[in-house]
Write a protein that binds this ligand. Structure first.
Ligand SMILES: [Zn+2]
Length: 73
């Protein structure tokens, strides 16, 4: 079963192809995933984890910023 994510829910586009993810139900798991299977970009959990998806698909370079922060600290 595939569900569209409501337009009013903040969710980042796929960091690889820029498409909006959707939600798939697989038995007891919920998967926030890019509709493009080739991206292999998804977050799986017992709850819909859009926050987790947003963390790994941030459009800005927050990971690099963290590394810079460590260096200067
Ligand atoms: Zn994608």
């Amino acid at each position: 079963m595939i569900l569209e994510i409501q337009p009013n829910i903040h969710c980042e586009n796929c960091s690889k192809c820029g498409r909006r993810p959707h939600v798939e139900q697989q038995k007891k798991f919920w998967i926030v995933t890019c509709p493009n299977k080739d991206c292999k970009n998804f977050v799986k959990g017992e709850l819909v984890n859009i926050e987790g998806w947003n963390k790994i698909n941030k459009p800005n370079t927050s990971l690099n910023q963290k590394q810079d922060f460590k260096k200067t600290a």
